[in-house]
Design a protein around this ligand. Structure first.
Ligand code: HEC
Length: 185
């Protein structure tokens, strides 16, 4: 009992000293150990799965919804997540963890998890929560678009994400108006 108490105290003091002397480097350029990455990824996946797996997915094949999502994506997401024809960016290369590239062949995730992350953001990653300025329907539009992004070439992507005026006033699918949207971005 006594030994455990002494060891715990020493551990706490050592931990405190490591923090106080700034041994842990918070620089984004200082990469985690492989084991730390796996651990953090596991924490992230479990946290998202538990919260997202009961979310009901609407029909994501609606053309209007996909087009609406494409316009949002082009406007708000490409700086970090890239797109067909956008192969690198300063934000994408400088962020750590690096934002996933949705056109990568090995990228997959469930619509529920994507919806949850876009809505709520991810702590300490740089991924913002978009719910303060967007309705659930608008977030589903982005998820619907993400399901199609891999199959698009540059011309198709450019055409799909083009603002159509009416389409970009959020297609009458929400109470969100253009001014408000542009003001926010
Ligand atoms: C400032 C940079 C930034 C912007 C802007 C941004 N993201 Fe992210 N996003 C990230 C980072 C960083 C992650 C998390 C990486 C990690 O946890 O490994 C992420 C994660 C995600 C994920 C979860 C991916 C997965 O399957 O694990 C989705 C989905 C996503 N973002 C969608 C979007 C959408 C849609 C937009 C635009 C509305 C957007 N992001 C804008 C940086 C950004």
């Amino acid at each position: 009992m006594r030994i455990i108490a002494i060891l715990t105290t020493i551990g706490l003091i050592l931990g405190g000293l490591l923090i106080w002397f700034g041994v842990f480097n918070v620089a984004a350029t200082d990469k985690h150990f492989v084991g730390t990455v796996s651990f953090l990824e596991m924490v992230r996946e479990r946290s998202i799965d538990v919260r997202a797996n009961t979310i009901e997915v609407p029909d994501l094949n609606n053309e209007e919804l996909i087009k609406e999502g494409a316009a949002y994506y082009a406007e708000m997401c490409t700086g970090c997540h890239l797109a067909p024809g956008i192969d690198e960016s300063e934000l994408h290369s400088g962020l750590y963890p690096q934002p996933p590239v949705f056109t990568d062949t090995d990228y997959t995730n469930t619509p529920q998890a994507q919806f949850w992350v876009i809505k709520n953001g991810l702590k300490m990653t740089g991924m913002p929560a978009w719910s303060p300025a967007h309705t659930d329907e608008q977030i589903w539009a982005m998820v619907a678009f993400l399901a199609k992004i891999k199959g698009l070439n540059i011309a198709e992507y450019t055409e799909l994400s083009k603002e159509t005026g009416e389409g970009h006033s959020h297609g009458g699918t929400s109470d969100h108006n253009v001014e408000e949207h542009e003001h926010n971005h």
